[in-house]
Design a binder for this molecule. Sequence first.
Ligand code: SF4
Length: 131
Amino acid sequence: MKKTNQKLKQAIIILLIPSVVIIMFFIISISNTKQETSAPSSTPATVTQPKTETQTPETQTTPEDIQPTSSYTSLTIDPDRCRGCGRCVAIDPEHFEMSGNVAQVISETNLDSQSLSSAISACPADVINLS
Ligand code: SF4
């Protein structure tokens, strides 16, 4: 009788151990399946970002770009009173040159220049008119 009980116990153990192993395998595989379905997908959701308009650099006007507009529009020399000393030409060759014995105006641009102002001041006959 004891031998029968021992064999029965051995048979139960032999059958029970693989059954427990198989049940554990199923439990583990089922839990893994649930985790895969409930877990967020590994690929991030595509986020559509709002389109930003391509910003072209606008031409911005800086203070350096602003050329001062001259308040003067006319530069003349009274040739009848010019002494022909040549000071104006020496000081400001941008605006004056000698023509024979008198100076003449060759440019009426950049009338706010410092050299023009100096030439006008240096004229001994005071015949250079800037208006
Ligand atoms: S400085 Fe006066 S006087 Fe002398 S050349 Fe010039 S315009 Fe004539």
